[in-house]
Design a protein around this ligand. Sequence first.
Ligand code: AMP
Length: 384
Amino acid sequence: MLVLVINSGSSSLKYQVRDVAQGTVLTEGLIEKIGMGNGGGGDGEIEGPRDHAEALELVDAAIHRELGDQELAAVGHRVVHGGERFAEPVLIDNEITRAIERLNPLAPLHNPANVLGIRAITKKWPQMPQVAVFDTAFHRTLPEHAWRYAVPDELYTNHGIRRYGFHGTSHEYVGRRAAALLDIPVEEFDGVIAHLGNGASVTAIKGGHSVDTSMGFTPLEGLVMGTRSGDLDPSILVFLGRAGWTPEDIDSMLNRESGLKGLAGNNDMRSVVEASEGGNARASVALAVASYRLAKYIGGYHVAVGGAKALVFTAGIGENSHQFRALVAERLGALGIELDAGLNTGRSKEPRVISTASSAIPVLVVPTDEERAIAEATAAVVRG
Ligand code: AMP
């Protein structure tokens, strides 16, 4: 069964065609500068497609070139926000599309773009089954004490202000693979998963279900990320507002100029680690703040799950930066966690254990693959 996985952004369209049974990628690509038309301009720059429908024509042509007449069975869309309604992937129809659109205020950059992708497919291939796979869905099992903010109730009832959590597709997929590596059913998996990419979040999983996660109302809450601040005192925003910053200034500062970039001047973990090893003090502070924040969350989530049975690292930094993993683990001595230096620096694309035999709980590195998870979820929904 071939599934086209679509991640539709406001000006980009990322796609992969997956063979679900084989677990392989048949072709993939990225169409950029959608809607930027004549603005492109620069030397040799290709003009972008006018809209998502035109972008889809390019995708269709590219797929045909690569795969000939092989037929797509379904399309799976990565949808960022599923609000309180969507706890699972769903087959898309007009009502579902409108429901995703009604969530636009909660994810103003992402959901409208996801809907553009869905409508473009509907127009081009009206009979094609389409499935929405939500980034928030896995966290619908959070208990109320974990998703509530301690603010007046009407902020929740009138505006939907609560914690939703993100990266759910990745956390769920990695949790399943970690349980398989530990040779236990996923329903018995109690653990903490640290998804550390340019965006980063950590999730507490109990009995295979998400019971807490570090991202909240938006992906800004929680860990120190590439360019996002993560947690801070909300009064800082009030202070800045009074000092004349506009909401847009504050939003841009917190989402695009903060995190590793704000502290070390660079959002790429490789560069920050290199700079720190070369004696750059700002880079060392950035690593200390980021690893300390994550260690605090892991300690808290160890409590949340009633004693984690595993700690799992995933995504760009989690899978590749043995230096950052070591910094975090050094702070977890109180939990009896101990990495094996040789295993930690080893390299593999397969899930693996990196802790010592005497570590209180195993520490794992499990590569994530959100497109694979979306393709599998799509196939499962379509098969009913
Ligand atoms: P992602 O968003 O999952 O693609 O992760 C991006 C982050 O992973 C960036 O901060 C990269 O610096 C980091 N990363 C990717 N490859 C490596 C590597 N080999 N060593 C250290 N960090 C890496």
